[in-house]
Design a protein around this ligand. Structure first.
Ligand code: 8YV
Length: 328
């Protein structure tokens, strides 16, 4: 039986309205400083709470779960991706894991389109040119990017976010292609005019833009390996708003540096917050600090989902957003 007011330790600062509600409903301990928790601090927290409200900056591996106290029954993650949590180890210890899917879909899809357009149309370079006083007047052959309409977009991972990107991209006149574990329903395929590729290699070799939307799991780690990245045409660009680990970042940086790939728009990196120095120096790389879900609305709704998951668990029911090992 869950305690009447469970001890909930919140590992990072969350929106004010979320934190206030958490204090009303739970015995909530907030992180006022917003400093990411060290491993030591996490062990200490997991030793004395009923619920840990975690974020992506907490690496909750099997070793940490092994040290968790008897009280810990729920890890209610603020975020959809749970690759920073060993879900199988948690399940083996009887600890539930929940996440916050759905509420960040549209915002992440918007940022994906932004990256696509900013990369193809050289928006950052153009803006920097004006701000640095380099703009000497319009010229017919200066600052030329590539047209978006009519290009082929290959989406890797056609879940909620991949599909939301496809809908937007279709409106921009892109041809939709995708690689997924299985084809989408015929209704969705028809709506999007989408072409399914069971071979990722085949799709990569034929697209103008590739956008990554699969979760990071052992099966998708370096899915875009050096070998696969080399299959992409030289003029193509690569967009990633999913997880850095899905792409071999060193290989990508090398291909961009040698001009064997035209550009990349990246919101996520393999070893955040560290970014490959070769990428930092490359004008064809548009780099953002993991802000796919960074809207006021998404972050509040993510917090509300965390609260609902804890509350439902507290009431003795199954929380709606359970993540089970077999789902990964
Ligand atoms: C979140 C994300 O901001 O939800 C996810 O999986 O990648 C981000 O949009 C982050 O994970 C919060 O923990």
């Amino acid at each position: 039986m869950a305690p009447r007011k469970p001890k909930v330790i919140v590992t990072r600062r969350l929106p004010d309205s979320v934190e206030t509600r958490m204090r009303e409903l739970f015995d909530a301990e907030l992180n006022v400083s917003d400093e990411p928790m060290s491993r030591k601090a996490l062990i200490e927290a997991m030793g004395r709470c009923d619920v840990l409200a975690s974020t992506i900056t907490d690496r909750i591996d099997a070793g940490l779960i092994e040290k968790a106290g008897e009280r810990l029954k729920l890890i209610a993650n603020f975020g959809a991706g749970v690759d920073h949590i060993d879900v199988a180890a948690a399940a083996a210890r009887g600890i539930l894991v929940t996440n916050t899917p759905g509420v960040l879909t549209e915002d992440t899809a918007d940022l994906t389109m932004t990256l696509m357009m900013v990369t193809l149309r050289r928006v950052i370079e153009g803006s920097n040119a004006v701000q640095s006083g380099e703009f000497a007047g319009w010229a017919p052959t200066w600052m030329l990017g590539r047209r978006i309409t009519g290009k082929r977009l290959g989406i890797i991972g056609m879940g909620r976010i991949g599909t939301a990107v496809a809908r937007r991209a279709k409106a921009f006149g892109l041809q939709i292609h995708y690689h997924n574990r299985k084809p989408v329903s015929s209704r969705v395929a028809e709506e999007l005019g989408a072409t399914y590729w069971d071979s990722l290699d085949q799709m990569l070799a034929r697209m103008d833009i590739i956008s990554v939307h699969s979760p990071h799991t052992p099966a998708t780690y370096h899915l875009l390996s050096g070998r696969r990245l080399k299959l992409m045409p030289k003029h193509a660009i690569l967009i990633n708003t999913a997880r850095g680990e899905i792409i071999d970042e060193v290989a990508l940086a090398d291909l961009l540096a040698s001009g064997d790939l035209a550009g990349a728009g990246l919101d996520v990196f393999e070893q955040e917050p560290r970014v490959n120095p070769k990428l930092l120096k490359n004008p064809n790389a548009v780099l953002l600090p993991h802000m796919g879900s960074a809207t006021v609305e998404a972050r509040v709704e993510m917090g509300e989902k965390v609260i609902i998951n804890i509350k439902v668990w507290m009431d003795g029911e199954k929380p709606p957003d359970r993540v089970l090992p077999q789902m990964l």
